[in-house]
Design a protein around this ligand. Structure first.
Ligand SMILES: Cc1ncc(COP(=O)(O)O)c(C=O)c1O
Length: 387
């Protein structure tokens, strides 16, 4: 057999999804891969049942059903205050995952560089390799996950840098970038003429007093921001694979082409059903925030009572726990032992860091109270892993 492609040899399978398999193997409460174990809003699933009978069941327009893009444009304008043209500025993709890949493919040539904050959502490393770009990492320093503006500038001023990827709110560290931090990034993006590709899939999962600021709304950033977002988290429909890219028409023309040949389009019946969610008023988003605040408080208060050290998340639904006192050289081994001996699934933090940091594991808490309570009950035994 001839050699397989070099590009697919350069990254491993997803550690996050691997840890789900480890959890399943040991019957652990799975707090590794981030997906809710509660139902999506009933209005959306009721509409899905209707759509099953009525259709559409055939291909939608490649870049997304007209009514769905119009609803997305309205929602984006409502929350960001920026008018968005549903015909020239939006492409609907198969999840935020495809949105990011299509954005990177549209922007990068082989040999270009992209700047990524570390810790980072693991897909970005693979996205960079598959789009031919070389990642440069800028640390978000734990435990507060702040960055050094000089280090960022040194990275951005490299001549081959095309884009910076900004995950806000951040998976895995739960950071919500402040306006001032975004302004530092924006000013540098303008100074060095680079794109900012945002991953805003957690834009509606924010804990008081933090606020989500859209990078595209900062002065001079509308034209150079490529927004990737998704319905997965906002409407608890991670399996529906609905995401989108919003950018200026020139970028979107390219994204449309990449998307057309990657996937042809998102699922027509699911767009039609999810369109119901896009019509929800402010009360829905407030309730979502309240629900997540409840889950966050339940889980982090439990961790506190057990005596674990962690950084309180400002947004998204993950918490990074410091395991340095447990005496493990390998956080992956710690997670395997945690699943097999304590009965809770987590993700080794090293899969998110470029730096050799092995002191963190990541839990997610988008779960029913009973699931979180069961996990906390088991975690009460975590000290037995101490070496
Ligand atoms: C930061 C981030 N971006 C993108 C995704 C994937 O989103 P989607 O389900 O829309 O592909 C996830 C899923 O966990 C995520 O955490």
């Amino acid at each position: 057999m001839k050699d397989l492609s070099i590009r697919t040899s350069e990254f491993t399978d997803s550690v996050i999804r691997r840890m789900t398999r480890v959890s399943n193997q040991y019957g652990a409460v799975n707090l590794s891969q981030g997906f809710p174990d509660f139902d999506p809003p009933k209005e959306i699933t009721d509409r899905l049942a209707e759509v099953a009978g009525q259709g559409p069941h055939q291909y939608a327009l490649t870049w997304g059903a007209q009514n769905f893009r119009e609803s997305l444009a309205k929602k984006q304008e409502h929350f960001s205050g920026q008018k968005t043209d549903p015909n020239t500025e939006i492409v609907v993709t198969c999840g935020g995952t495809e949105a990011m890949m299509a954005a990177m493919m549209s922007v990068c040539n082989p040999g270009d560089q992209v700047v990524i904050f570390s810790p980072f959502y693991e897909n970005y490393g693979a996205d960079a390799i598959l789009s031919g770009a070389e990642p440069i990492y800028v640390p978000l320093n734990p435990p507060a996950f702040t960055f050094d503006a000089d280090v960022l500038e040194n990275a951005l001023k490299q001549p081959k840098v095309k884009a910076l990827i900004l995950c806000n709110p951040s998976n895995p560290c739960g950071k919500v970038f402040t306006y001032d931090e975004l302004k530092v990034i924006a000013d540098l993006a303008i100074k060095y003429d680079i794109f900012v590709i945002t991953d805003e899939v957690y834009e509606h999962i924010i804990y008081e007093p933090y606020k989500h600021v859209y990078m595209s709304t900062l002065p001079g950033m509308r034209e150079r921001t490529i927004i990737c977002s998704s319905l997965s988290k906002t409407y608890s429909i991670t399996g529906w694979r609905l995401g989108y890219v919003i950018a200026n028409p020139e970028v979107i023309d390219r994204v449309k082409k990449v998307h057309d040949f990657l996937t042809v389009g998102a699922a027509a019946p699911l767009m039609e059903a999810a369109n119901t969610g896009l019509q929800f008023g402010d009360a829905y988003y407030k309730e979502l925030q309240n629900h997540y605040t409840h889950m966050k408080n339940l889980f982090v208060n439990g961790l506190k009572n057990i005596g674990l050290t962690f950084t309180e998340p400002q947004g998204a639904y993950y918490v990074m726990v410091d395991i340095s006192e447990y005496g493990y050289a390998s956080d992956e081994q710690f997670c395997i032992d945690l699943a097999s001996k304590v009965g809770v699934g987590a993700v080794p933090g090293s899969s998110f860091f470029k730096e050799p940091i092995h002191d963190y594991i990541r839990f997610h808490f988008a779960k029913k109270d009973e699931t979180l309570n069961a996990a906390l009950e088991r975690l009460a035994d975590i000290k037995k892993l101490k070496r």
